[in-house]
Design a protein around this ligand. Structure first.
Ligand SMILES: Nc1ncnc2c1ncn2[C@@H]1O[C@H](COP(=O)(O)OP(=O)(O)O)[C@@H](O)[C@H]1O
Ligand SMILES: [Mg+2]
Length: 258
């Protein structure tokens, strides 16, 4: 594991009116790590992802990606720099097939560039078949080959979560922020999503930060855990250290929604 930080978050804050959703949060993620972000509902986990991944501008603070200050850059700019996030609620294109959903996520989509079509149609066709090949390989990796031509809107909740993971694979992301990959997923698929994340991490060099309520999944996957409560970092450490912290236990039991 190379220990240079791929992501550095410095004094990040995000307020909505009087609500300090994220309040002076600083942490870093090293290349090759899987870091868990946990905490009770309303702790500021999703807002942290939103402000890191460009969906919302932070009120204060900075975000560095591979040493470059990327604070306030758009989701799209960050995507081209290798940072991608998935959503707590899956965001597939329901009227497109599973295969097409993967194809449109490909970074090298030739269709993006109309001049390319005009200048070298042959290249476009070559690219297109490469994209299809990559999408098919991704489907195979995810075990979704049998629903390749199914409309994505018809997939089960778990299959949609897998598809989201597949979309990040098509984009050749370096750092992936996963917002509750296990939400609404049955235990068998949960196991599988865990396997995929480990495979992508160990064999393809992906770095992950994941928000998750399922502690078994967190324990299985994460090298390090960050606990958020009321917009602040309560603790950072191993599962063992987190478990032995009474403040963490209080934060969870103090929340009505967990
Ligand atoms: N768009 C928004 N407008 C107003 N308040 C928000 C918005 N998004 C989140 N919040 C508030 O910020 C706090 C943190 O929310 P969130 O980041 O979704 O928490 P978590 O993902 O940890 O459950 C909550 O009090 C929530 O109500
Ligand atoms: Mg959330």
């Amino acid at each position: 594991m190379n220990s240079s930080p791929i992501l550095e978050v410095q004094n990040l804050s995000k307020s909505y009116g009087g609500v300090k959703a994220v309040n002076d949060v600083s942490f870093s993620i090293n290349r090759g790590e899987i870091v868990g972000l946990i905490g009770p509902n309303g702790a500021g986990k999703t807002t942290s992802f939103n402000t890191i991944a460009g969906a919302e501008k932070p009120t204060r603070g900075n975000v560095f990606l591979e040493g470059k200050n990327v604070t306030g850059r758009s989701t799209e700019q960050l995507y081209h720099m290798g940072l991608l996030r998935t959503f707590q609620l899956s965001q597939e294109y329901p009227k497109m097939t599973t295969l097409e959903n993967l194809m449109v996520a490909c970074k090298d989509q030739a269709g993006e560039n109309i001049f390319m079509n005009w200048l070298s149609p042959k290249k476009v066709i070559q690219r297109e078949s490469k994209v299809i090949e990559k999408a098919n390989q991704t489907l195979e990796f995810l075990g979704l080959g049998n629903v390749s031509s199914e409309l994505a809107g018809n997939l089960s909740g778990g299959q949609k979560k897998l598809l989201e993971l597949g979309r990040t694979m098509m984009a050749d992301a370096k750092l992936i922020l996963l917002d509750e990959p296990g939400a609404g997923v049955n235990p068998t698929l949960m196991q599988k999503i865990g396997d995929m994340i480990i495979d992508l991490n160990q064999n393809r060099g992906y770095t992950f930060c994941l928000i998750e309520h399922d502690m078994e999944l967190i324990e299985r996957l994460c090298h390090r855990i960050i606990v958020l409560a009321e917009g602040r970092i309560l603790q950072e450490g191993s599962m063992e250290e987190i478990r032995n912290n009474s403040k963490v236990v209080d934060a969870y039991f103090g929340s009505a929604n967990n």
